[in-house]
Structures are given as C-alpha cells and as structure tokens.
Design a protein around this ligand. Sequence first.
Ligand SMILES: C[S@@+](CC[C@H](N)C(=O)[O-])C[C@H]1O[C@@H](n2cnc3c(N)ncnc32)[C@H](O)[C@@H]1O
Length: 431
Amino acid sequence: MLENLKNIDNPDYWAFKGRSKRQHCHSFFQYPAMMVPQMQGELIDAALSSNPQIVSILDPFVGSGTTMGEALFRGLNFGGIDINPLAILACKVKSKSGSTQVLQQKTSHLFQAISQSQNTVINVNFSSIDKWFLPRVQVELSRIKLAIEDEPTLWVRRFFWLALAETVRLTSNSRLSTYKLHIMKPEDTYKIHSPIQVFTEVLQNNLGEYKKQSDVLSNNKMLSKGRYTGSIDLVLGDVLKDTGKLNKKYDLMITSPPYGDNTTTVPYGQFSFLPLQWINLDDISRDKSIKRYLESAYRIDRESIGGINIDFKSRSEALMEKSSVFAKSMEKLIRLDGQKRLVSFVYDMDKSLAKILSRLNKGALMIWTLGNRRINDVEIPFDAILSELLIAQGATFLSKFERNIPSKRMARRNKVSATMSQETILVFTRS
Ligand SMILES: C[S@@+](CC[C@H](N)C(=O)[O-])C[C@H]1O[C@@H](n2cnc3c(N)ncnc32)[C@H](O)[C@@H]1O
C-alpha cells in the first residue's frame, strides 16, 4: 500500500488544491465536511495496486458517500452506514443506476406539474416553520413537494427529494456560512431566491451529471442491462448498534469519522433538520422511528458519536487504561465540561472500532482521515488516541501522513474550540 502512495511527506500534495472537482454524483448535494473525491480515489487506487484481490470497501461513517462514489467508479462492492437519513438518501440516489431517459421524461413532467400548480396550501407542519421559511418560500416548496409525491416510482422520487433537500438548504432563512441553524438578518432575506427556480437549476445539474456518470459506468463495463454490476449495501443506523446489518465482510475500509461530538464540531444533524422536514421519510427508510428526528434540530446530533454524556467516571477510567494520550489530554482539560465531552466521544469511538473491525476481513487495510480538534483551547491529538485504541484492539499500524486543508467552511476559532487546518491520514491493517 505505502509504496504506491505518492508524496506522503508533502501535506500540500494531499490538500488537492486546484485538483479537486465535484462532478458526477459528487455534485448532487452539499453535505458538511465532504471528503475530496480525487483524494479518496487516489487512496483506493494505491490500495488496489498493492492488493488486486480487494473487491469491497466499507465506509462506516459514509456521510454523503464520497468514498462510495469512488468505489462505484472502480466497479467495487461497497457497504456504508450513517445515522443521518439525509446522508443515506444522498447515498441511495448517487448509487442507483436507473434509466436516464426515464429520468429525463419524468423530470420534464415534474417541471410541468410544478409550473402549472396553483396550490397555496403549506403541506409541511412543524413549529418553527415561519421562523425558517418566508411565506413565499413555503408556498413554492409545497408545490414542489406535492408534485414529487405524485411521482409513482420510488428511485425517481428519491432523485427529486435530494434536489429538494439542496433547494431547502439554499432557500431557508438559515445562514449559508455555517452548518448550524443560524437565522439570517431580516434585511438579508430579500436575497433568498425562488425555490422553484433553484430547484429547477439543481435538478437540471443533477440530471446532467447523472447522465455523465451513467456514461462513465457504461463505458467502463460496470453496468449490465443498465444495473451496476457490483453490490451497494447502505444501512441507516448507528455504527455502535447496527453494523451487523451489513451482513458481509470487507477488504478495505476508508472513512473520515467525526472529529468530536457533532454539537461542538460539525452539526450534521442540525444541518439536516430543515431539509428532512420537506421530504417524505418513508421514501428514505421503512423504519418509522426515524420520524423522531423531525421533533428537534438536535436529536440526530445527540444520538451520534459522543452525543450523550453518561457514566463519566467508569468510562474515563477504562479509557485511561487503553490510551495514554487520552489520559494526558484529560489531565490538561481542567474543566469538567471539556472532560465529559472528550470521554463521551472517545468512549463511543472506541466502541465503534470493535464493530467496524468485526466487519473487515483478516488483513484488511484501514485508511482513516481525521482532524485534531481543540476542547477548551486544549489540542486533543485524536490521531494518536485513535491509533492507541486501534492497536489495543489488535490492529497493526502501517503509516501516518498529513494533509493541509485549503479552506473550511468553519470558523477558524470560536468560543468552544479552535478548528484544525490539517488532517491526518492513518493507515492500519486488521490482523
Ligand atoms: C465526516 S462525516 C463523513 C463525510 C463523508 N466522508 C463525505 O464525504 O460526505 C461523518 C459522518 O459520521 C456520521 N455519524 C456520526 N455518528 C454516527 C454513528 N453513531 N453511527 C453512524 N454514523 C454516524 C455523521 O452523520 C456524518 O455523516
């Protein structure tokens, strides 16, 4: 693996500045903290050239599916898990091979239905709707939603829902400069575009990129009778509880896990709260319990890695036994709130490792991209902690290198933490 990785001593090379482009399925939806597709592709290629036997990849924190998209272009089997229904919707849309002609016809039909709609009934109901959406925006989003609901074919509806999710993101009253829900100044709301116009543009882009993706897959002989030749398994669930639902073992794991609890790092759940209100969740999963995520903007984040602080003392003691770097970080954190945050995150992460390792074949490579965040102004070397936890679970360290992050849509420094401008890539094998 390592001999096939270029420039591992050059963090600027791995920044992919000017060399990262989001096309094909990678351009469908702007999820927070997405990986660079070209980087994931290069990592997969290095792993494949060192071991041509690799046929399957696991991403246990699949997010919007950057690794999945790159696995798809290489004809590999793929398994992904995420707790966020919006992430799983994105993955299902991106990996579905359907007829582009059918999609084109249905899109034209949808545009016609929307433009002819006289509906003024708001077909979504949640308590803060008037805070987050202007009345004119609510009417247009309702027309789009109604037209999508009339579409009889599930995979086509999903394709439309994802475009609606992106439209909601771009037309709500929440500022686009942060992933948190943060209301914009009333005097700025005049800048919000017509949702129908935005939706039209997003859907046309996605359709065009979907066609290009189909052509690439077809030219590379990765479609048989229009269907992807590999298998794609996606689980909407908690990596701590639901990894077994994947029911397979994988040859390679590539992921970028959360760097800390979602609430104080990247609030994926809060970001998804408004789009999920406008999508029929039954079209994402048959699991009715996911409707709980519509009740509060914080629910997904609380259920995510590090979201709940319990059993502080016993957890902290157990982790100190496993990781000396964790123990040192705890000493440096003077305040209890910071200590609790670190313990709940590292505890969940450690538990998830056992689950992830159980889904990998013996000798499987693992490639982790992660950042070192700060808690209460103390730098937490998450890469070193994760390395110790992996070694404690029997994994073997192969390599570590850095990448510079060209720009991040996160404040460099905020009240709780200074955010990172470098990420670390850790390479391990499962013994
Ligand atoms: C850094 S993001 C992955 C982004 C992805 N690499 C991409 O390019 O879109 C981390 C993901 O971990 C997910 N996550 C957090 N806690 C989880 C848990 N307990 N089980 C499953 N997924 C979880 C979040 O929902 C988020 O999508």
